[in-house]
Write a protein that binds this ligand. Structure first.
Ligand code: PLP
Length: 949
């Protein structure tokens, strides 16, 4: 046989993995667009004046196998010791079934935030389980579906307390027993808002001087205390009581609700979510029903669908920033949905008995450890504790810490003379003996009968997790099927394109995801000594350098845990710089009306005054209005926040002018980097004139969306701002931290790093170019049927396009909602609805989608247009038609069919797969009913009967 060489490139080469359209498909697309090649399209789209000069060059891209080998070498530089440091982070066992079926399962991790409830019933149920779990454990009526981390949850609790307190005092009391990073994040948040933070012992609390107080439970050094009296005193003064509590401790201890607390916050990390060198994990917040409307974050609620069946949805605050902008209760957008789902399944897996047993065992082990230390003459504090003790070792501190490390154990340095030890689910007898040896104790009789050292008055009296969902048969077969059933109710990226404008729902490739669950990345405590995290240092250093090259900035802070947190961190950096320049009074921020709602919400959090700037007819920033406002506020201008390319999906030619005007009037420029997928390799925000930008690593850089988080929103800054980046009590810096951990959620970073390494500079640039190609292809195919709003000078859109559906309200009584719900029948997640312009759809296909999938989407959209036409022409009823009745369920198909269109048209419209048809589990969900009948914990079990059948 003769050997015939082939020029076919396997998928791992030439970035076929990430880039959807094949070379042949691209040729067809060029023909549709009337361009010779991609170069011509990009030249017509991206103005020459903003193009970057030097191409991105990261050397030869790595194949998947090279990447995984390289990643393994870097991972080995992280040393996995047993960390008994505590301070809010604990060893935990992720049940393998949860790791494999949730954390490593694209059906769960590629889902979007459940704004479209009909295609999100599975994750909404899991999140409702999470809320129920939190509500039960804390003894408070209502809980949200996660916040970013414990520190920010404490800070959110502070600002919420200020909103709801009757007291008009301006100070917030912080228990000195709070974890140091919680205190630090609270201080960062309080400063620009002018809130005075009083840190002290609970005994010194003067309730009349504060609008609220927060207590840590158990305290950071293990102390247990009943805060009932303090909270009663706060209430008497019209102030609010907050408890930051370890949810596992609450399985044994009196719950915050029973102490009268108004708000409880904390981290659910130790419910099966690896420490990950700091994150991601879900923080929780629970409160009284009366404060539901003041609570930040997302709240899952129970409602009904159009047939009166139970259906879940996000309630109340949903997308509230977009509506309330600078009056929003907080800027939390992306949260920690996937990690909340994991924690909720941990509770479902173990049930109340299991959780109680885990907590009891940890406590007994801690007692045993303490008795050994006491027998050898060490002084152990406190007398009563849950899982944390502190030992005064005097001059031996350094010696004990070092011997512990030699024994493979990290202990906590406390002050100058003490050592802290926190045990966890992973602690084995050998670990306890290793700790004893670190203290120089060789015990003959290691058998200390463990007793309890929990204060009698603090033993938990109430039941928790009584709902049947936490008592199901825990055979893994049953668990696996429950996870599968929920996943099957949802439409995620593993089934269909999610064309969400601004959200960049692109491929999260398997090779990128694999290192996330390696122990070398997952098992590190965020505060381990630096020499145990050299792999992370290398990863963070190299990724930061690449992000600097991509953005044109001088340094990156990895601390922010979401895009919105990046905005907040960036604005704080600007504010600190102004202050250092003697311009601390500058507090006006110009923000176009088309900005993402988190922009004004973040500006408000740094105490700035938001001045809106108009957009012109074509969607650009109104330069005249911008100039006029900049001049008007020249004395107090702090800066502006703009998005590039604009939220209208256009590369504005005037962006440099906008930056120049801002600088000329003493302001700094914040460029929201959520649209970086249209820029990587082609243009750099730093070159445009930006001083700071955040990058949504969970959009442009392949971290999956997780059904509403995790995310990472690192910021890049120009050289003059570098000294003012967020610091951290553990790692230094002049400014305060914005997150609990120094590098935010670092265990996600292997994903973005892997993406950069496997794409190379050229591949990343090609991804941008194809993202623009795909968007222009859709715009061209839909043109005529729909009006495509906003284009550049040469008629091109950037990486997304906006289509106008407003005329159909008049012509056919069809709303943007009807189209979004009808798309579910076609097997699609709707595009972004009504933002930045009400009544429109913003479509962003990303580079990852193939031409076939783009065509399927266009087929669906064109068929919907024809259905609208039938209504317009009076051929079909205005109230009873496929759009108004969408989405159609399998139930609809088998029920009596009394509709003026066929079952076929209703359930299998063009674009829908026949064999692999996605069936929504519910009909259209009633939003108003849900808000009027607010239920945010699991409904009684009878309600589940039909859903489970
Ligand atoms: C997604 C997005 C944000 C917010 O990012 P989160 O990670 O959800 O906080 C901000 N601005 C724009 C334009 C976005 O698209």
């Amino acid at each position: 046989m003769t050997y015939t060489p082939t020029d076919y490139l396997p998928y791992d080469f030439a970035n076929r993995r990430h880039i959807g359209p094949s070379p042949a498909e691209m040729e067809d697309m060029f023909a549709v667009l009337g361009v010779r090649d991609l170069d011509q399209l990009i030249d017509e789209t991206v103005p020459a004046s903003i193009r970057q000069v030097e191409p991105l060059d990261f050397g030869k891209p790595k194949s998947e196998r090279e990447l995984l080998w390289h990643m393994a070498q870097v991972a080995k530089k992280n040393k996995v010791l047993t960390s008994l440091i505590g301070q809010g982070y604990h060893g935990t066992v992720t049940p393998p079934a949860i790791q494999r079926n949730i954390l490593e399962n694209p059906a769960w991790y590629t889902a979007y935030t459940p704004y479209q409830p009909e295609i999100s019933q599975g994750r909404l149920e899991a999140l409702l389980n999470y809320q129920t779990m939190v509500s039960d454990l804390t003894g408070l009526e209502i809980a949200n579906a996660s916040l970013l981390d414990e520190g920010t949850a404490c800070a959110e609790a502070m600002t919420m307390a200020q909103r709801v307190a009757k007291s008009k005092a301006n100070a917030f009391f912080v228990d000195e027993n709070c974890h140091p990073q919680n205190i630090a994040v609270i201080r960062t948040r309080a400063k620009p808002l002018g809130i005075e933070v009083i840190v002290g012992a609970p005994d010194d609390l003067d309730a009349s001087k504060v609008f609220g107080a927060i207590f840590q439970y158990p305290g950071t050094h293990g102390h247990l205390r009943d805060f009932t009296d303090e909270i009663a005193a706060l209430h008497a003064a019209g102030a609010v009581g907050v408890v930051s509590a370890d949810p596992l401790a609450l399985c044994l201890l009196k719950e915050p609700g029973a102490m009268g607390a108004d708000i409880a916050v904390g981290s659910t990390q130790r419910f099966g979510v690896p420490m990950g060198y700091g994150g991601p994990h879900a923080a929780y917040m629970a409160t009284k029903q009366q404060y539901a409307r003041s609570m930040p974050g997302r709240l899952v609620g129970v409602s009904i669908d159009s047939h009166g069946n139970r259906a879940y949805r996000l309630s109340l605050q949903t997308r509230e920033q977009h509506i309330r902008r600078e009056k929003a209760t907080s800027n939390v957008c992306t949260a920690q949905a996937l990690l909340a789902v994991m924690a909720s399944f941990y509770a479902v897996f173990h049930g109340p008995e299991g959780l109680r047993a885990i907590a009891q065992r940890i406590h007994r082990k801690t007692v045993r450890l303490a008795r050994g230390l006491e027998a050898a003459g060490f002084k152990v504090e406190p007398k009563e504790f849950f899982d944390t003790i502190t030992v005064d070792v005097g001059l031996l501190q350094q010696g004990v810490l070092l011997s512990a490390v030699r024994e493979g154990v990290n202990l906590r340095r406390v002050g100058e003379t003490k050592v802290g030890i926190t045990l966890d689910e992973l602690t084995r007898p050998a670990t306890i003996e290793a700790v004893w040896r670190a203290f120089g104790i060789i015990l003959e009789d290691k058998d200390f009968t463990p007793d309890y050292r929990l204060p009698d008055g603090l033993l938990r009296q109430s039941a928790y997790l009584t709902h049947p969902i936490f008592h199901m048969n825990r055979a893994e077969t049953e668990m696996m099927r429950y996870m599968r059933r929920l996943a099957d109710r949802d439409l995620a990226l593993d089934r269909a394109m999610i064309p969400l404008g601004s959200c960049t729902m692109k491929l999260n490739s398997a090779a990128e995801m694999m290192p996330v669950t390696w122990p070398e990345f997952g098992q590190l405590h965020p505060f381990v000594p630096a020499d145990q995290a050299e792999g992370y240092a290398e990863l963070i250093g190299d990724l930061s350098q690449k992000l600097c090259d991509i953005t044109g900035y001088a340094a990156i802070s990895m601390q922010p845990n979401s895009g919105a947190q990046g905005e907040y961190a960036g604005l704080l950096t600007i504010a600190a710089w102004h202050e250092a320049q003697g311009n601390g009074h500058r507090n006006v921020c110009l923000i176009p009306t088309s900005a993402h709602g988190t922009n004004p919400a973040s500006a408000q959090m740094v105490g700035w005054k938001v001045v809106p700037v108009k957009s012109t007819e074509n969607g650009d920033i109104d330069l005249e209005d911008f100039r006029a406002k900049a001049e008007q506020y020249a004395e107090t201008l702090a800066g502006c926040m703009i998005t590039y390319p604009s939220t209208h999906g256009v590369f504005e030619e005037t962006v440099k002018e906008v930056c120049d005007i801002t600088h000329a009037h003493g302001g700094q420029v914040y460029i929201d980097g959520a649209n970086m997928n249209a820029m990587v390799g082609l243009a750099r925000p730093g070159d445009l004139g930006g001083d700071v930008s955040h990058l949504n690593l969970h959009k442009t850089f392949c971290i999956p969306h997780g059904g509403g988080g995790p995310g990472m929103g690192p910021i890049g800054v120009k050289p003059h701002l570098v000294p003012h980046l967020p610091g951290h009590p553990e790692t230094g810096g002049t400014e305060g931290p914005v997150s609990s951990a120094p590098f935010g959620s670092p265990s996600l970073l292997p994903i973005s790093w892997a993406y950069c390494l496997m794409m190379g500079g050229e591949g990343l640039t090609q991804a941008t170019r194809v993202a623009i190609l795909n968007a222009n292809y859709i715009a061209r195919r839909l043109e005529g049927a729909y009006k495509v709003l906003y284009r550049g000078k040469q008629g091109r859109v950037a990486h997304e396009c906006i289509i106008d559906t407003r005329p159909f309200a008049e012509s056919a009584g069809v709303t943007v909602d009807d189209i979004a719900k009808r798309l579910i029948d076609n097997g699609f997640h709707a595009p972004t609805m009504s933002w930045p312009v009400a009544g429109t759809l913003m479509i962003e296909p990303t580079e990852s989608e193939t031409k076939a999938e783009l065509d399927r989407f266009c087929t669906a959209m064109l068929a919907i247009r024809e259905e609208i036409r039938e209504i317009e022409e009076g051929k079909i009823d205005k109230a009873n038609n496929p759009l108004k009745n969408a989405p159609h369920t399998m139930e609809d198909l088998v029920r009596d069919w009394d509709r003026p269109y066929s079952r076929e048209q209703g359930c299998f419209p063009p674009g829908a797969f026949r064999v692999d048809k996605y069936w929504p589990p519910v009909n259209r969900v009633d939003n108003v009913w849900g808000d009027r009948n607010l239920t945010c914990t699991c409904p009684p079990m009878e309600a589940y009967a039909d859903a489970a059948e």
